[in-house]
Design a protein around this ligand. Sequence first.
Ligand SMILES: Nc1ncnc2c1ncn2[C@@H]1O[C@H](COP(=O)(O)OP(=O)(O)OP(=O)(O)O)[C@@H](O)[C@H]1O
Ligand SMILES: [Mg+2]
Length: 226
Amino acid sequence: MKNAQNLQIELSDVYFRYEDTPALNGISLQIFEGETVGLKGDNGSGKSTLLRLLNGLVYPDSGKYMLDGKEINSDSMRDTLFARALHTKIGYVFQNSDTQLFCGSVREEVEFGPRQMGLSDEEVEKRAGDVIRMLDLEKIENRPPYHLSGGEKKKTALAAVLSMNPDILMLDEPMNGLDKKTVEWLTGFMSLWKEAGKTLIVATHDENLLYGIADKVIELHEGKII
Ligand SMILES: Nc1ncnc2c1ncn2[C@@H]1O[C@H](COP(=O)(O)OP(=O)(O)OP(=O)(O)O)[C@@H](O)[C@H]1O
Ligand SMILES: [Mg+2]
């Protein structure tokens, strides 16, 4: 693990509720640059909500979220440049790919992020091509995402995130729906990501998935760390 001294993410006593459902109940944690962190816990324990909060899609009702020393809240995220910087820094693959994919084809999906970053057409095409090849998506690159299988959608969502070359990768139940070959590929990829000194946060029920690579595992129960 590289750069272990750099505190990247810090939550202090964070509470969050969806209308009448409390989801995070006093979460405090620290994640350092380059760490590989597992998030486990039963269904409904708050894993996906925690990832949503770390990605600035919801904000703490109380408590504090600091990313690289800057507070993430509705005020700071109103600044569109600041919000864009967060979404470039963190690549987030949702648990449900259907809510992540919205373009007309797989290739457009993979090109979307780099285009939003303002890269040249040439650079956008190069990045998308590289990721499409790496994930073996050439055969489906012109197909609309809503016609793909669950596993193909998941790979497309992952490709769309990787083409932005994020510093931090957050995966929510990444192996769901993937075939054996893709699971093996993703397992190897996570190790390479770690070796590159980049931060990885993975929510999963499957403890074996992180065996040998997680620096720490955070277990949630009813929105609390146990
Ligand atoms: N959009 C939402 N609106 C209202 N309540 C929600 C919403 N999303 C999640 N919840 C509730 O918040 C709590 C935490 O849910 P969350 O999705 O974070 O759990 P999880 O640990 O990811 O579960 P799973 O293992 O099933 O993916 C649960 O009680 C859930 O019912
Ligand atoms: Mg979840």
